[in-house]
Write a protein that binds this ligand. Structure first.
Ligand SMILES: O=C(O)c1cc(=O)[nH]c(=O)n1[C@@H]1O[C@H](COP(=O)(O)O)[C@@H](O)[C@H]1O
Length: 278
């Protein structure tokens, strides 16, 4: 089944929330765990127990595992493996992007089903040019995986790049912004897919105004909910017509409820309830 179909099934079963596994040093301390690979391991296992098969998407943030070197990456690899095929889809947050030939190796690392780190989807950065992401789209297509491309990120520095105008030589309509070009090209890739395509955009809940066309016929990964100040109301306002494609992501907002497994699940359930307005 395509990633777009699997995402739709998971959202219908569990709701639109994505919980990020971001083992910040401060959270390890708050959970009574050491800031070490052993602490990381306990944190990640607790998250797997709490969220696998209880939320539609789980998004491990690679940086917090890489902080512990090779042993941290081993924990990441096991975490992904433990989460997969549980009903929850794994979005590996690595925000990769490079020249096409290197992008191919990243795509093989994260999206080829036979790779040790294979996830259901990966986050990528389009700032080496949208075309440089082609290997990700091709490997995703072969493996029924998904790709989430940064478009309008949740951080305040994003607009200096993302709101800039594309040069005429890049093609596309006049006065198109960098983010607008990314969204348009995603819509082209997803054209005709049903119930939606596998190629998603990342659009923050904190962007203020949605001046771009977000109807890409693909999933919209929306971080910034909770710790960064975004709310369910912001999401309803920004995504009105395309709200059914929104995957609303929060990490610290849910993880702060740990380490109790039931408290973590309840916290994620509250996010889902707020998003669907019940
Ligand atoms: O791709 C992402 O998930 C992402 C994109 C973006 O625009 N903003 C953003 O915060 N993120 C990630 O989402 C997570 C947000 O964590 P919290 O702020 O704790 O909810 C972090 O892992 C970020 O790296």
């Amino acid at each position: 089944m395509s990633f777009g179909s699997r995402a739709r099934v998971a959202m219908q079963a569990y709701g639109p929330a994505c919980v990020g596994i971001d083992p910040h040093a401060a959270l390890l301390e708050q959970w009574g765990l050491p800031d070490s690979v052993e602490g990381l391991d306990r944190f990640a296992s607790t998250c797997v127990e709490a969220f696998a098969g209880h939320v539609a998407f789980v998004k491990p943030q690679s940086a917090f595992f890489e902080r512990f070197g090779a042993r941290g990456v081993v924990v990441l690899e096991r975490t992904i493996e433990d989460l997969r095929h549980t009903g929850s889809l794994v979005v590996l947050d690595v925000k990769r992007g490079d020249i096409g030939s290197t992008a191919q190796a990243y795509a093989d690392a994260y999206l080829d089903d036979d790779a040790p780190m294979a996830a259901d989807a990966v986050t990528v950065s389009p700032y080496l040019g949208f075309g440089s992401l082609t290997p990700f789209f091709e490997v995703a297509e072969k493996n029924d995986a998904g790709v989430f491309v940064l478009a309008l990120t949740s951080n305040p520095e994003g607009p200096e790049v993302q709101h800039a105008l594309r040069p005429p030589a890049a093609g596309g309509p006049a006065d198109e912004t960098v983010a607008g070009g990314i969204l348009r090209q995603l819509a082209e890739l997803n054209a005709g897919a049903s119930p939606m395509g596998a190629y998603g955009a990342v659009v923050g809940a904190t962007i203020g105004e949605a001046d771009e066309d977000l109807a890409i016929n693909g999933p919209l990964l929306v971080p910034g909910l909770g710790a960064q100040g975004g709310t369910a109301d912001d999401i309803r306002r920004l995504f009105g017509g395309v709200i059914d494609n929104v995957i609303a992501s929060t990490s610290r907002g849910v993880l702060a409820a740990g380490p109790d497994v039931q408290a973590l699940r309840d916290s994620a359930a509250r996010v889902n309830a707020e998003l669907v307005g019940s």
